[in-house]
Design a protein around this ligand. Structure first.
Ligand SMILES: NC(=O)CC[C@H](N)C(=O)O
Length: 305
């Protein structure tokens, strides 16, 4: 493989034309204020090496990337039972779609659309004593960075504009697929989305998925080997919503995106990669981020296919 740092160094030029085609998320006002020209990328290898470029050490809102942490914790505690309440099929709909829930009787298609993440959040609440603290500690441990924090302004902004998520939660509750009070589930869900991390933090934190579930900094399993494989498979088929086919086609790696403009990709057995650039395409995924991953995967000769 061509030297990783060289591939990274060539990226800003490669992705230059992709800027200006999308917009930062507008429906969460705090996110629309982020500088659209930001670009960073980080790689964390299973040997413990980091490679970074651009704004890779700047904090940004992880948004739906948090759904992987949420799912990992819930799978760790609840095991197989979780999948009685949430499916493992791609949805082919937007991440915050309501319509499927009605004809599929309140069982969300997968854990990475908002409805699915709300169910997983509800399940996780059964196992954690101090949900917010435990979640933040978990993510800080995975990234080995105590400075990882939650952003109060983003949280407020989400809460004040969270009518669609509230509708999803109410709908799930009406089908009996939420045990906890709706406001408790939403509060914890918005908290998870409001965590701020850098590309370097996220690349490090996702390394457990590149190394069979082993914690990147502790001598323990985050999830079992089989669970790590399953999480990767869900990222591949559902991690970028109704653009998952396009990602499989063009990038060929398990990916998880967030409307903060971050995308994390996993190369099992080798490394995890995080790219960040806030301008989103119509499906809610970073346009520049996708271009960067496409180039990286091709140049580095990596794909799971
Ligand atoms: N795709 C995303 O990143 C969506 C997360 C966002 N907090 C929401 O619930 O709408």
């Amino acid at each position: 493989m061509e030297n990783i740092q060289n591939v990274l160094a060539s990226l800003p030029e490669v992705v230059a034309d992709a800027f200006g085609q999308g917009k930062p998320a507008g429906y969460i006002p705090a996110l629309s204020q982020v500088d659209p020209g930001k670009f960073g990328m980080a790689i964390s290898t299973v040997n413990g090496d980091d490679f970074v470029i651009g704004d890779a050490d700047e904090f940004f809102s992880i948004q739906s990337i948090s759904k992987v942490f949420n799912l990992s914790l819930a799978m760790h505690y609840a095991g197989e039972d979780l999948f009685k309440r949430v499916g493992v099929e791609p949805s082919g709909t937007t991440f915050n779609s309501l319509s499927q829930l009605e004809y599929e009787n309140g069982i969300p298609r997968n854990p990475f659309i908002n409805a699915g993440a709300l169910v997983v959040t509800d399940a996780l609440l059964e196992f954690v004593k101090s949900p917010k603290r435990d979640f933040l500690d978990f993510v800080r441990g995975l990234s080995n960075n105590i400075d990882v924090h939650y952003d109060e302004e983003v949280f407020r902004s989400e809460y004040d504009n969270g009518q669609r998520n509230a509708a999803l939660a109410n709908y799930l509750k009406s089908f009996g697929n939420l045990d906890n009070h709706i406001s408790r589930v939403l509060d914890f869900y918005f908290y998870q989305c409001s965590v701020s991390m850098s590309c370097r933090d996220l690349a490090r934190a996702f390394r457990f998925l590149a190394q069979d579930g082993r914690h990147p900094y502790k001598d323990e399993q985050v999830v079992s080997r089989l669970q790590a494989r399953r999480i990767n498979s869900l990222m591949m088929t559902c991690g970028t919503y109704d653009e998952a086919g396009e990602f499989a086609f063009k990038v060929g790696l398990p990916c998880k995106s967030g409307v903060g403009g971050g995308i994390v990709a996993v190369i099992p057995g080798e490394m995890s990669v995080c790219v960040w650039s806030p301008e989103l395409g119509p499906k809610g995924n970073s346009i520049v981020g996708m271009e960067a991953l496409k180039y990286f995967a091709r140049k580095a000769g990596r794909s799971i296919f």
